[in-house]
Design a binder for this molecule. Structure first.
Ligand SMILES: *[C@@H]1O[C@H](CO)[C@@H](O)[C@H](O)[C@H]1NC(C)=O
Ligand SMILES: *[C@@H]1O[C@H](CO)[C@@H](O)[C@H](O)[C@H]1NC(C)=O
Length: 468
């Protein structure tokens, strides 16, 4: 509560003072630093090369109460801790990272009790932090695998790890690289599934907490578009041509009890969708080709690695070629004219690496100049890493993502959409009277005549209430 109040005040003041972008800068670092329980150990680690702050890059963020979690993958040496947090209300704009839950619990190569490399993480409604340890050290050709891929779940109220699960051999392959996670809660905290996108091995791994079991989907929609592998970011030209399925987001639970997952390969401008009903069924792994759907392309220069969906159906995603945060209102069809720019900043938002929404509907973004870090070198005399936030409503204001449903007086003239938008707003279709038909239409990818039928005013109004 106090945190939230502080943020509202801070946000309002900043807006008045600067009045530029919608996103307000909350943290800013030239170089990351790590907090140690004991200064002697820190000095010793610096002397021995176990601490090299210039090798730390913030990649994933998550927010829980007064903590902001920040992950720093071990791509190079000298990263004492891969899972960290900072207090959101901090005396400085550049707080040192505090290892979470402790420095010891972040030990590289200690498979059972440590964490080797962590990318994106997720806090669920049951106050748990879901963390995938890739078990790796290095990047690309330097990658070593001291440990297997393992899911770690932490209880945020007690700061203890409550669960660990190692992926089966069959869940990964020799090319596997997983940097993203989505978590899907059912009716209880036990009834949870996590999804992991295998960017370079082209798979989607599902883990059921209740069953303590995992399985792997493969699909050609997980693969890159061979024409979309060229990138121009931060005045650097490079090719990430092999990068497949990356960012994932989940809608709210639909009337059929399942969510819709949207995902996009990194080397691609296209969006895909699948019902979690399919993903949660392990006997579907061999036969699910027709259960996956494709949407329109977003348009040129719309590579994206990270996305999140609000409860109200607004998807936010990083537009890494545009130094921007993109948005899409799922009530509208997925096509370039409905893809909005929530905010853009060519100086400070270079490579937005992760985007999250907290429980108060604030959207958070971290930017980290990753290509420059990987391909060239960062200048540590200037700010390189930044964390921004803004209220969701502010971000979508005056963009195409704003809710602007027109409810006409003459219901019979209301055609919400054409058959092209079949997957883009399942909630709307599910709230119409021909519910079963339309559900089938979504799940089977066929165009049903009922999609072009007028939607009743009452249906729309109840939909509106459901969303907000
Ligand atoms: C989950 O499964 C793994 C591997 O099959 C096993 O080692 C572990 O003990 C199980 N955990 C629980 C809580 O059942
Ligand atoms: C899982 O998929 C199989 C094969 O398509 C199907 O026969 C079965 O009914 C599904 N199970 C559930 C629980 O949906």
């Amino acid at each position: 509560m106090i945190v939230n109040f502080f943020l509202i005040i801070a946000w309002t003041q900043l807006c008045q003072a600067i009045n530029t972008g919608k996103l307000q800068k909350h943290f800013e670092w030239n170089i990351m630093d790590f907090e140690y329980p004991d200064l002697n150990k820190k000095l010793n680690d610096m002397a021995t090369g176990r601490l090299k702050p210039e090798n730390a890059l913030p990649v994933g963020i998550e927010i829980w109460n007064e903590k902001m979690f920040i992950t720093t993958p071990r791509w190079k040496e000298g990263i004492p801790s891969t899972l960290n947090y900072v207090p959101i209300v901090s005396a400085t704009k550049s707080p040192a990272l505090i290892p979470y839950p402790s420095l010891e619990a972040n030990e590289l190569g200690n498979c059972e009790r440590g964490l080797s490399t962590v990318y994106r993480i997720h806090v669920d409604q049951c106050d748990r932090l879901w963390v995938l340890d890739t078990g790796t050290f290095g990047i690309d050709t330097t990658t070593q695998n001291p440990c297997p891929y393992a899911i770690n779940i932490f209880d945020l109220r007690t700061d203890t790890r409550i669960h660990r699960y190692e992926f089966r051999k069959e869940d990964t392959n020799s090319r596997t690289f997983i940097a993203n996670i989505a978590v899907d809660l059912g009716k209880t905290c036990e009834d949870a599934h996590a999804y992991f996108s295998d960017e370079l091995g082209y798979g989607l791994i599902v883990y059921s907490l209740k069953e303590n079991r995992s399985w792997r989907f493969e699909h050609s929609f997980f693969m890159p578009d061979p024409l979309k592998g060229d990138f121009n970011i931060d005045n650097l030209n490079f090719q990430w041509g092999e990068e497949g399925i990356f960012g994932m987001s989940l809608t709210a639970v639909q009337k059929n009890g399942f969510r819709i997952m949207h995902f996009s390969p990194l080397a691609s401008n296209r969006e895909f969708a699948v019902s979690t009903q399919v993903l949660q069924n392990s006997s579907k792994t061999e036969d699910s080709y027709h259960d996956f759907y494709y949407l329109e392309e977003r348009g040129p220069n719309t590579h994206t690695t990270s996305r999140v969906m609000s409860h109200g159906g607004i998807q936010f995603f990083n537009l890494i070629d545009q130094n921007a945060l993109g948005c899409w209102n799922t009530i509208k069809s997925y096509e370039p004219k409905n893809i909005g720019i929530a905010d853009r900043n060519d100086q400070e938002l270079i490579f937005p690496a992760d985007v999250k929404i907290d429980r108060n509907n604030y959207v958070w973004v971290v930017s980290d100049r990753m290509p420059k870090f990987l391909i060239s070198t960062l200048d540590y005399k200037e700010p390189n890493f930044r964390v921004f936030f803004a209220p969701l409503e502010v971000l979508i204001k005056d963009t195409v993502c704003e809710d602007n449903i027109i409810i006409p007086s003459d219901q019979s003239n209301l055609y919400l959409t054409t058959d092209k938008t079949i997957f883009t707003n399942p909630e709307i279709y599910l709230s119409t009277k021909s519910e079963d038909n339309i559900l089938q239409g979504i799940l089977n990818g066929q165009v049903y005549p009922s999609l072009n039928k007028p939607l009743g005013k009452t249906d729309l109004l109840s939909q509106w209430n459901y969303r907000y």
